[in-house]
Design a protein around this ligand. Structure first.
Ligand SMILES: Cc1cc2nc3c(=O)[nH]c(=O)nc-3n(C[C@H](O)[C@H](O)[C@H](O)COP(=O)(O)OP(=O)(O)OC[C@H]3O[C@@H](n4cnc5c(N)ncnc54)[C@H](O)[C@@H]3O)c2cc1C
Length: 89
């Protein structure tokens, strides 16, 4: 018996596991080996609009499409809009 069951060993699951570990026992279940996740392949970059042929609107649309509609447009506008600034600093 465990206090917290976490499905998935990507950054979301592992972040939650770290928080939950301070409150009780944790079991992480994943469909593959523990290190196998998108998080393990991520390169630590920030996607943003740099090319003259690209646009903020296209970036927004690509992100909405990739997220299958799960993204919140207000947050998306905020983060897509800050990408270039954040990458430069
Ligand atoms: C090649 C690559 C490069 C990337 N580069 C960047 C980047 O530069 N910058 C950036 O911000 N983002 C990047 N990303 C995206 C980023 O990796 C993901 O948005 C982020 O890691 C998602 O984290 P997560 O914990 O939500 O999901 P994931 O890391 O995908 O973890 C999901 C976990 O759930 C498990 N799981 C899934 N389905 C089931 C199931 N049915 N039963 C049990 N377990 C299941 C998986 O095995 C995995 O452990 C990149 C992704 C890839 C693949």
């Amino acid at each position: 018996m465990v206090d917290y069951l976490i499905i998935g060993s990507g950054i979301a699951g592992l972040s939650l596991a770290l928080k939950a570990a301070g409150r009780g026992s944790v079991l992480i279940v994943t469909k593959d080996r523990l290190p196998e996740s998108n998080s393990a392949y991520a390169q630590g970059g920030i996607a943003s609009v740099w090319s003259a042929e690209d646009s903020f609107a296209a970036h927004m649309q690509d992100t909405l499409t990739a997220g299958l509609g799960s993204a919140t447009p207000a947050w998306l506008r905020r983060w897509c809009g800050r990408g270039r600034t954040e990458s430069s600093s």
